[in-house]
Ligand binder design. Structure first.
Ligand SMILES: Cc1cc2nc3c(=O)[nH]c(=O)nc-3n(C[C@H](O)[C@H](O)[C@H](O)COP(=O)(O)O)c2cc1C
Length: 182
C-alpha cells in the first residue's frame, strides 16, 4: 500500500514513531510539521531524522511541489498522527496552507481514506463541530484514547493499543495487541 503519514505538533509523537515502525512493508510518504519536530524534542530521546529513516520519502511541510499535494498522485490512505487541533481545524474549514493540510484536502476531495488522530483535552464546541464536519465528509476521527481492558503494563502497551487500531483502520494486519476475546 502507498500511505501518507502526517505528523503535526500535538503531544503524542510516540504514536507516530510506532506507527512508522509497523508500516515497514508499505510505501510511506512522510510529512513532519516544524512544530512536531519541536514537540518530539520534548517527548522523546530521538531526533526527527529517526522518523524519516522509517519512511520511503519525507517532505517538508511547506513543500507544495511534493507528489502528495496533487490528486493525480494516487495513494491508498492518509493518517495524521498526532493531529493538533490547529491542523484539524484548518482541514475542517478547507485551509490548505501546509503540505499536511493540502494532502488532507486532496484525500477528502478524492474520497480517499483519511484517519485523523487528535490529541487534546478537554474539547471545545468549536473542536467538536469541526470533528463532526470532518466525520460527515468521510474522515475517520480516531482519538488517541487507549483502552485499559488489556491491563497495560507500560507506556509502550498504551501506545501499541492506539497504533493497532490505526493500523486496523488503514487495513494493515498487525499483532500489536491481544484482541478482545481472541
Ligand atoms: C510540548 C507541546 C505540546 C503540545 N501539545 C498539543 C496537543 O496535545 N494538542 C494540540 O492541539 N496542540 C498542542 N500543542 C500546540 C501545537 O504545537 C500548536 O497549536 C501548533 O501551532 C501546531 O502546529 P501544526 O499543527 O502545524 O504542527 C503543543 C505544543 C507544545 C510545544
Amino acid at each position: 500500500m502507498r500511505i501518507v503519514v502526517g505528523v503535526s505538533g500535538a503531544s503524542g509523537i510516540p504514536y507516530a514513531v510506532k506507527l512508522l515502525e509497523n508500516l515497514g512493508q508499505n510505501e510511506v510518504h512522510l510529512i513532519i510539521s516544524e512544530n512536531a519536530k519541536k514537540v518530539m524534542k520534548y517527548e522523546m530521546n530521538q531526533d526527527p531524522s529517526y522518523l524519516s529513516s522509517l519512511a520511503s520519502y519525507t517532505y517538508s511541510d511547506d513543500d507544495f511541489t511534493a507528489p502528495v499535494s496533487s490528486g493525480s498522485f494516487l495513494f491508498d490512505a492518509m493518517v495524521i498522527v498526532p493531529c493538533s487541533i490547529s491542523t484539524l481545524s484548518k482541514i475542517a474549514v478547507g485551509i490548505s496552507d501546509t503540505l499536511i493540510t493540502r494532502a488532507a484536502a486532496v484525500s477528502i476531495k478524492e474520497r480517499r481514506r483519511l484517519i485523523i488522530v487528535p490529541r487534546e483535552m478537554p474539547l471545545s464546541s468549536i473542536d467538536l463541530k469541526n470533528m463532526l464536519s470532518l466525520s460527515e465528509n468521510g474522515v475517520i476521527i480516531a482519538p488517541a484514547s487507549p483502552g485499559f481492558y488489556n491491563k497495560p503494563k507500560s507506556i509502550d502497551d498504551l501506545v501499541s493499543f492506539v497504533v493497532s487500531r490505526i493500523l486496523d483502520l488503514i487495513g494493515v494486519k498487525n499483532e500489536l495487541i491481544k484482541r478482545w476475546q481472541d
